[in-house]
Ligand binder design. Structure first.
Ligand SMILES: Nc1ncnc2c1ncn2[C@@H]1O[C@H](COP(=O)(O)OP(=O)(O)OP(=O)(O)O)[C@@H](O)[C@H]1O
Length: 745
């Protein structure tokens, strides 16, 4: 029963201690009352065993008073548990065990004594030990020690229980493995038995077959004589067959042996020959090797040398590169210095050439006057009107009304003169334009005298315009790549003092004006005037064609209109020297003037008269400008006509002007020709006077040592002597005002 003093949740050890205390008290009481210690001790041991080996004890309470036999039978199990050692061998109960109650052994020492009671010991010793045990058990203190020891051993028994469980599991696994092995063995045995039965059947069948073959029947009865004979015959046949097969096999074996020997011999021979060849090769290789040894030594030496060189090569290369760099830098410096000198020299030379050329042109005349006589057309009377001086190509004699007038011009081209010859006098001016000068080339003359032919020419034989532009492109190409040029072309006409753009979209509607350039350069410009960039002669041809077409659409009668309007082809040439940075800005004005006409003589009226007045006015203004330039007047009347106003920057300063006076050789036009030639003569006299004063035009034309040298070399063309019938303007009279001259016209 549960002691009432124990609190709820007491541990097993507390319960056990309480129980032991109770039993101890009970034992003390019994001891005091004279009861045997044996029963109390056994009861206590029984209680301990039941508590500690919980789950292993039976529910039945062991009691020494109730069943001594069962207590005796349980003792080995109890001892095994208490000592936590291996279970002792089961021994048969002894006589004293069966005759009387065996005292409980609860102490290890007692147990040891109990165990050491081997059969070899004497009965007296055993008796003494038992007596000692009993005496010890009678003492209460010993009982308590036994109880404590029992508790300790019970804990050890729990540990051994776990160990035994593990051992048990291992053993069970081993048993299972053994069982599996056993089952496999049984299966193998069954298989072997079946195989054995099959073999037995086969052996039996074989035996039966052999017996049948030997003539036995299935019952083992011997065969008959005839059958024996048959058998013998068969045996003989088999023997013969076997002998024949053996012989055949022997023969084949022999042939195979022979074949083998033959093959072996051949292989041997072949091997010998190959061996010999190999030996030969080897000998050759050895000899080569012997020859290669020196080469190898040389190569090795070279290799070592090269290796050293390669080792030192980077440093050598660096040094060489540094030297080369220094050398190159020095050379570049020298070249740069030389180049700079050359550039300076080139600049000086170019400037000198430009100056010399300019001075040459100036010596020839900044305003040059040429004359060209057109051929006589069929049916025209031209006999004796114009005569040329065979000794002077600048002299022309004009006979008008029996009076011969001689004109001294820069050059006179006869009717047979080609376009090329006419252009030869213009080439220098084109060069000046490329150098950055402004150039004006006029074609002046009466209607039908050949102005347009000279300026434009035919497709197969182009005139000054196209030739000048061709030469311009040629000069530009010659100066490339030092110089880079940008060439632009404009075309316009002045009709009745009105400017029209011939390259614009609507030439007839566009009426242009001349204004001062807002950039402050003091240059004039025509706002809205079309400028077409050209790079090739084809571009120029397209532009000229477009201008001609535009001029044609402006009037139904081109010849009618063209003779009464000034046509201008303006070429702007902007150059840039990439080496020196110099810039040039030249302009080439190619002007096909309207035909001059004496109004009184022609009897023009109305619109024609108005056109003639405009033409004469503009030509008169041109003459006035040149006169003012000659006289170095402070005011030059450029604004008196659209033509002079437009050409203002090309008629002053260092500008060059060439006037091609066209003359008709026809007798009926002699008066007109006389007027044209007089105008040309006066213009030339202007220039002749100017050319005698090299510094009269601009500061840039002041004489320099070079220019003086050139001037001495370029002598003036000798004047032709006066002919007997000629009236030479030996000493030209002071030119009257050109305005008065045109008024006279
Ligand atoms: N040097 C020449 N060789 C051959 N033919 C010429 C020459 N000069 C002029 N002619 C011919 O004379 C004719 C008139 O020439 P052109 O039209 O050039 O005169 P123009 O002065 O321009 O006349 P306009 O002032 O009316 O325009 C043309 O048929 C032209 O072919």
């Amino acid at each position: 029963t549960r002691p009432p003093l124990l609190p709820q949740g007491a541990t097993d050890l507390e319960k056990h201690l309480e129980l032991l205390e109770l039993e101890n008290k009970s034992l003390k009481r019994r001891l005091a009352s004279g009861g045997t210690c044996e029963g109390a001790c056994a009861c206590a041991c029984s209680q301990v065993s039941r508590v500690k080996v919980r789950g292993k004890t039976t529910k039945k309470q062991a009691c020494p008073k109730t069943d001594s036999r069962s207590r005796t039978a349980r003792r080995p199990s109890y001892l095994w548990v208490a000592t936590s050692g291996p279970a002792p061998p089961r021994r048969t109960p002894r006589a004293e065990d069966r005759t009387g109650p065996t005292p409980r052994r609860t102490s290890p020492r007692l147990e040891r004594d109990f165990r050491t009671a081997t059969p070899g010991t004497s009965r007296a010793a055993k008796r003494r030990r038992r007596r000692r045990c009993r005496l010890a058990l009678r003492m209460p203190r010993v009982c308590r020690e036994v109880i404590v020891r029992c508790a300790h051993q019970t804990a050890e028994g729990a540990e051994s229980d776990d160990w035994l469980r593990v051992q048990n599991a291992l053993l069970q696994e081993q048993v299972c493995a053994q069982r599996r092995m056993l089952r496999e063995l049984e299966t193998q045995l069954q298989r072997s038995q079946r195989t054995c039965a099959q073999l037995r059947t086969q052996v039996k069948h074989q035996i039966m077959t052999d017996l049948e073959f030997c003539g036995y029947d299935s019952n083992g009865v011997r065969p008959t004589f005839a059958f024996k004979k048959v058998l013998r015959h068969s045996v003989a046949l088999y023997d013969g067959e076997m002998a024949r097969a053996r012989r055949q096999l022997d023969a084949e074996l022999l042939s195979l042996k022979e074949e083998k020997e033959r093959v072996v011999r051949e292989a041997f021979v072949r091997a010998e020959s190959q061996m010999k060849a190999v030996h030969d090769n080897l000998a050759g290789v050895r000899s080569k090797l012997a020859g290669l040894h020196p080469a190898l030594r040389t190569l090795t030496a070279d290799y070592n040398t090269l290796k050293k060189q390669v080792h030192h090569f980077p440093a050598m290369l660096r040094n060489a590169i540094d030297d080369a760099k220094r050398e190159i830098c020095r050379a570049i410096g020298d070249v740069s210095a030389t180049n700079q000198k050359l550039v300076d020299k080139y600049k000086r030379e170019m400037n000198l050439r430009k100056k010399i050329h300019n001075q040459l042109v100036q010596l020839k005349g900044n305003i040059r006057v040429l004359c060209r006589v057109r051929p006589v057309a069929g049916g025209e009377e031209a006999e004796g009107v114009l005569t040329f001086d065979p000794d002077d190509d600048g002299v022309l004699h004009l006979s008008d009304k029996g009076k011969v007038t001689t004109f001294d011009l820069d050059k006179v081209f006869g009717p047979e003169a080609t376009q090329e010859e006419g252009f030869s006098e213009v080439e220098a001016l084109v060069t000046s334009c490329v150098d950055g000068f402004h150039v004006c080339i006029f074609a002046y003359g009466q209607t039908g005298s050949g102005k347009t032919y000279t300026m434009e020419g035919a497709a197969s034989d182009p005139g000054l315009n196209q030739r000048a532009l061709r030469l311009l492109f040629s000069r530009v190409a010659d100066k490339s790549p030092e110089w880079e040029f940008h060439i632009c072309v404009s075309m316009l006409e002045i009709y009745n003092e009105t400017l029209r753009d011939l390259l614009g979209d609507q030439p007839a509607a566009d009426k242009l004006d001349i204004k001062m350039n807002p950039d402050g350069s003091g240059q004039l410009y025509v706002p809205g005037l079309t400028r077409v960039a050209v790079r090739t002669v084809d571009d120029v041809n397209q532009v000229l064609e477009a201008g001609r077409a535009s001029r044609a659409t402006a009037c139904t009668d081109l010849n009618e209109r063209s003779s009464r309007s000034h046509a201008l082809l303006v070429v702007s040439v902007a150059g840039l020297n990439g080496t020196t940075g110099s810039r040039t800005q030249g302009k080439l004005n190619l002007v096909d003037l309207a035909g001059s006409e004496r109004v009184g003589r022609s009897g023009a009226e109305g619109g024609r008269l108005r056109e003639a007045r405009h033409i004469n006015k503009s030509l008169s203004a041109l003459g006035d400008v040149m006169d003012a330039l000659r006289r170095k007047r402070p005011h030059v009347p450029f604004r008196n006509s659209r033509l002079t106003f437009l050409l203002q920057d090309s008629l002053q300063g260092d500008s060059k002007t060439l006037m091609m006076v066209q003359v008709s050789p026809v007798a009926a036009d002699a008066g007109e020709s006389l007027c044209s030639l007089k105008f040309a003569q006066r213009v030339r006299s202007v220039e002749l006077n100017a050319s005698k004063r090299p510094d009269s035009r601009s500061a840039s034309s002041s004489p320099t040592p070079q220019s003086l040298e050139v001037a001495s070399l370029v002598s003036r063309r000798p004047r032709a002597p006066f002919g007997p019938n000629s009236k030479r303007l030996e000493k030209p009279p002071p030119p009257p005002s050109l305005r008065l001259f045109f008024l006279w016209l």
